[in-house]
Design a protein around this ligand. Structure first.
Ligand SMILES: [Zn+2]
Length: 306
């Protein structure tokens, strides 16, 4: 694989030198063609791989920051880059729908949630809706925000560790060390979430979107979802739907995936519901990283349920 990339790199350099267009870089051309190429299908996996591999691998997560990576469809050149990667990190649990429609080299794929597949949550009977540029989609079927059960997140990080140690055996000890740091951090957040779950004590809560199934199960949160978006102010129909839900599930809090519009917060407050943000961090955050976003998520819940 290294030889292959070195040759590509030489060809690339020659091509660039002869055509004089060094600014044009496609997804296929790597910034570090001499290093093993690791392609990740969502931000948590990219972050795990980056942290553990350090500078020993080139870790690429090519989805644009405004797309939901679960429903994102990569362009042909990006699919080609995945096909040429030395390691492809998949979330599994039906996460990357696009991967079913293309041929990826199975020997390069690591399904990071395969180890706990028997514990996947399957949901049914929910209408199709759309958010972002990806078109209509449904969340029915296997729930895929697997890492929000932080013990599952640790297992996914362990799958990344094992794959990287095979890919770059010279870095085995460093990878183990960095994995242990990630694990310790996630364990501590996991303990804090278990404590929050206990304090909530099964009180009904609503979620803006059906993405918190594993969070709810692991931390014992009695959570029912709407199909709302943080940037969309609920209209009369949406408010009626919520009233119907809270008639049997009298929630005092809504958990949002991102900072909700001020008007949404006010509309909820008017019917006795407070808002709290828990960003699943499936995509690259505007600021901070996977751990800082999850840490502020935990802090938000701790403030809401002291
Ligand atoms: Zn959705």
């Amino acid at each position: 694989m290294k030889v292959h990339h070195t040759i590509l790199s030489i060809i690339g350099t020659l091509t660039l030198a002869s055509c004089g267009d060094p600014g044009k870089e496609t997804a296929r051309q790597s910034e570090h063609p001499d290093k093993p190429q690791v392609y990740a299908t969502n931000y948590p996996l990219k972050w795990f791989a980056d942290k553990m591999a350090g500078s020993a691998a080139n870790v690429v997560y090519p989805a644009p920051p405004d797309e939901d990576p679960a429903f994102w469809k990569p362009a042909d050149d990006v699919v080609a880059a995945f096909q040429e990667a030395d390691l492809i990190l998949m979330n599994g649990a039906t996460y990357s729908k696009w991967a079913d429609k293309v041929t990826l080299p199975s020997s390069k794929i690591v399904d990071t949630s395969a180890g706990f597949a028997p514990n996947f949550i399957v949901t049914q009977g929910e209408v199709t809706h759309s958010h972002g540029p990806g078109g209509a989609h449904s969340h029915s079927g296997t729930a895929f925000t697997t890492w929000l059960d932080l013990q599952q997140g640790i297992q996914q990080a362990a799958a990344v560790r094992d794959a990287l140690q095979k890919l770059i055996p010279a870095q085995k000890d460093q990878i183990t060390e960095r994995f242990n740091e990630i694990k310790a951090t996630l364990e501590s957040l996991d303990q804090r979430l278990l404590a929050v779950g206990k304090r909530i004590n099964n009180a009904p809560i609503v979620a803006s979107h059906p993405i918190y199934q594993y969070l709810a199960r692991r931390y014992g949160i009695n959570l029912k979802p709407m199909l709302w978006e943080p940037e969309v102010v609920p209209d009369d129909k949406a408010m009626t739907d919520l009233q119907t839900l809270i008639a049997t599930h009298p929630a005092k809090w809504m958990i949002w995936e991102g900072e909700p519009a001020a008007e949404s917060v006010a509309k909820l407050k008017a019917i006795g519901i407070e808002s709290v943000v828990f960003d699943p961090c499936g995509n690259t955050p505007d600021s901070g990283d996977f751990i800082s976003v999850l840490t502020s998520d935990v802090e938000n819940l701790e403030k809401a349920f002291p």
